[in-house]
Write a protein that binds this ligand. Structure first.
Ligand code: AHR
Length: 766
């Protein structure tokens, strides 16, 4: 009979903080998402640098009978330089439509409205209301103003009279006069853990329910994309600028093409981690923007390094330290207990690696206990990846941050990615990963991969990315948890993460499988036969001297003019071994070419990107069912010169040459399925034993589970099963895919269980 035997007393890896969360303010994850502020553009600071369509009055409207303008004389403060000046008649109003084009308020719930006003209209009343689309009042309050030449802050409570998710916030002027308004805020009182300036409860609670061991923030590319000047509108994310009273934080460009108020800043991130019981894992920029290839001069890097040291002091220093005092004055006298710190986020190129050592050395010297995380670029392989690992080994980084987004087929082909790692070197922080998609199939394939992560001695930390997405502001998908202004939707990927996270265990335990060792290939396509097509990647240019050699026979093909990204079909390959050689010169544009080969149809092919992404890459990608995975990466910038390019294929072994120099050399692995993916752990604190099993086959697996070692009597079994592979959750049907719980009794430390087809199962034995 098929069996799994767990050796409860033989543990081989401390699981530590293995499973955590990745937070990036992408897809409006913060403003209009986790950050509970209901007013969009509360300080009239939105502008076209944030997003071309934005202006200072984005999300605001007014009644016809008043005049308004944005002024900057005598602003609220130097960070908040624009305000709304209204010449109002009695009964006129200005209104804010919130995020997702409307505001959600609930009957009987409390809200805090606050505003800064400067007016000469002594005793004037502002009527504050949230009204639905028919202008029925759902919440209301009044503010009585004093005459003042300075801005005065007012705050009132509103109670929901009715529920609407289609509301607007109206500020109605009861008296003729002129009014300067700024920092208009409407906040639910019922935030996560009841914190002021807090977090949207449903989203935060769903994350806390996962029991993450850590949370990485604030990104992602958000960390390093932007100007080096920390007072520039489009600055990189600089942690110090996110502290202090919210009206004194800059509301500026978020690199995902919107505005970020920084109301959810570093202090709030640390508090959120603490509230969830997760360790904070901030990632700071290393003074280098890989998107522009722009870095701070090495003579000036000292201030960036100091800013990083200050962050550690902010988190861990006592109240007698400068930054510890800042933290304490913000409301948290006790240290946050920072253990991990990332320097850089998937940077590639020398610009990063020459700056990283300055940070590393300074942190090591001053804070030897902090675990420093280096970065291995955006792919699971290649030049950036190797450079990152080399740097991490050379400097003795504790961990290295790996990122990859790939097709499910890539995950199935690369389950053993971490098998050959030197377990004595830096540990892996898999800081961003996902298979492309939020279907049930994506989730169960990720679960299978996670069994290998858990077992690998190389992998110390892992988090799915991105975490949050507002359905009306999608920058990136898949995402773990989706929401609109009043609902959330947990994806199957969320459930998988949660199952693994809340049942992590403290130590991985050895196990043995009987009759469960079948490996099922998903395809027999051992050769890359099929079409070859060339297209420009936003360039024009010429291609000539085109030669194809297939199994010893050479043929010449016609010259090509590359325009409009049109696809040029060159030939069809039927053999095992072939090469394509041609000359190329770019006439206009910044990037290069895409050469598709092994093309079975428009969704399944291999791709050589010559001058890909932002003209940084010479990559080989596998596109499977329309979803790409990078399998080889080299840094390359195409220039306006003549190139001789050669693609050489033998079976699934691919080589590229640029002007005779070998650039890519990779074998494309085929996806396969293991009969049952299993990992076992024990929780030494709880006294439990945990088995996680993923069945990716379409058949039931009837298995005898036996536990060697201490006696266990019962099993709590959580499973994700019984769904179509392409099933998804939606906001309207959020529980289409969800987990189920079951309890079973063990007899003689044994249990027979049938793992359903296409299922993820977590068993906790106690
Ligand atoms: O997770 C989305 C983006 O993917 C991150 O910002 C970046 O680090 C990665 O390329």
């Amino acid at each position: 009979m098929k069996g799994i035997k767990v050796f409860q007393e033989k543990t081989y890896k401390e699981l530590g903080d293995l499973y955590g969360l990745f937070f990036e303010d992408i897809n409006h994850a913060a403003d209009g998402g986790l950050y509970a502020e209901l007013v969009q553009n509360r300080s009239f600071e939105f502008c076209e640098i944030d997003k071309p369509e934005y202006h200072r009055l984005t999300a605001w409207e007014k009644s016809r009978d008043c005049q308004w303008q944005i002024l900057t004389e005598k602003p609220l403060n130097e960070e908040n330089t624009h305000y709304l000046h209204v010449s109002a008649n009695s009964g006129s109003y200005v209104a804010n439509s919130g995020f997702n084009s409307s505001i959600f308020v609930e009957k009987d719930k409390e809200y805090t409205f606050s505003i800064y006003v400067r007016t000469s209209a002594k005793g004037a009343i502002l009527k504050i209301s949230v009204e639905d689309e028919s202008r029925a009042v759902c919440a209301q309050a009044e503010v009585t103003l004093e005459a003042s030449e300075e801005f005065v802050k007012y705050q009132v409570s509103l109670k929901g009279i009715a529920t609407t998710w289609n509301g607007k916030l109206y500020i109605t002027f009861e008296k003729d006069g002129t009014y300067d308004l700024d920092m208009v805020s409407l906040f639910p009182v019922d935030t996560y853990m009841g914190r002021e300036n807090g977090l949207r409860k449903d989203i935060a609670q769903a994350l806390a329910d996962m029991k993450p061991k850590f949370m990485r923030f604030p990104g992602g590319c958000l960390t390093h994309d932007g100007a080096l000047d920390d007072h520039a509108r489009n600055s990189m994310y600089r942690w110090k600028r996110t502290l202090g009273p919210i009206e004194k934080r800059p509301s500026w460009r978020n690199n995902w093409r919107y505005n970020q108020t920084l109301g959810l800043g570093y202090y709030e991130y640390f508090c959120f981690c603490e509230d969830m019981g997760a360790k904070p894992l901030p990632v700071v920029p290393a003074g280098f923007n890989p998107h522009k290839g722009e870095g701070v001069a090495l003579e000036e890097i000292g201030s960036w390094v100091q800013e990083t040291l200050d962050l550690i002091e902010f988190a861990n220093g006592d109240e007698t330290t400068t930054m510890g005092k800042v933290r304490s004055e913000m409301g948290h006298p006790a240290p946050f207990g920072l253990e991990y710190l990332g320097v850089g986020n998937e940077e590639i190129g020398a610009g990063f690696f020459e700056r990283y050592p300055y940070f590393h050395k300074a942190i090591r010297e001053k804070y030897p206990d902090i675990k420093i995380i280096n970065t291995a670029g955006p792919f699971a392989v290649g030049e950036g990846y190797e450079d990152g690992w080399r740097s991490a080994r050379e400097h003795g980084s504790d961990l290295i941050d790996e990122h990859y987004y790939s097709s499910p087929e890539w995950f199935l082909a690369n389950m053993h990615h971490y098998e050959d790692y030197d377990e004595k070197g830096p540990k892996v922080f898999l800081g961003e990963y996902a298979s492309w998609g939020n279907t049930y199939y994506n989730a169960i394939v990720e679960a299978a991969y996670m069994t290998h992560l858990e077992r690998s001695k190389a992998v110390a930390l892992a988090c799915y990315a991105p975490m949050l997405c507002n359905v009306d502001y999608v920058n990136w998908q898949p995402d773990m948890l989706w929401f609109d202004n009043h609902r959330i939707m947990k994806t199957p990927n969320y459930y998988v993460q949660k199952m693994f996270m809340e049942n992590q265990g403290t130590d991985a335990a050895e196990f043995e499988m009987q009759e469960l060792d079948e490996i099922i290939p998903l395809t027999d396509e051992v050769n890359l036969t099929g079409g070859i097509t060339i297209t420009g990647n936003d360039v024009t240019g010429s291609i000539w001297d085109v030669q194809v050699e297939e199994d010893g026979t050479r043929r010449s093909l016609e010259d090509l003019q590359i325009t409009d990204n049109a696809q040029h079909e060159l030939t069809n390959i039927t053999g095992k071994k072939f090469s394509l050689t041609f000359k190329f010169k770019r006439d206009s544009g910044r990037k290069g070419l895409k050469i598709y080969f092994g093309k079975r149809d428009d969704k399944n092919f291999l791709q050589w990107e010559f001058g890909g992404w932002d003209n940084w890459d010479c990559n080989i990608g596998n596109i499977s069912k329309g979803r790409g995975s990078t399998i080889s990466h080299r840094i390359f910038h195409v220039e306006d010169m003549e190139y001789t390019l050669k693609l050489e294929v033998d079976g699934r072994h691919i080589k590229t040459y640029v002007n005779g120099e070998n650039y890519n050399d990779v074998t494309d692995r085929l996806p396969e399925i293991e009969e049952l993916y299993v990992t076992a752990s024990v929780d030494k604190e709880q006294g439990t034993t945990i088995v996680k099993a993923v069945n990716l086959t379409g058949e039931e697996k009837n298995v005898l589970l036996s536990l060697d070692g201490g006696e266990k009597k019962q099993a709590e079994i959580t499973s994700l099963a019984g769904c179509a592979l392409d099933a998804v959750n939606t906001l309207d049907e959020p529980d289409n895919i969800t987990t189920k719980k079951l309890h079973m009794t063990l007899i003689g430390n044994q249990l027979t269980y049938t793992f359903p087809p296409h299922s993820v199962t977590v068993m906790v034995f106690s």
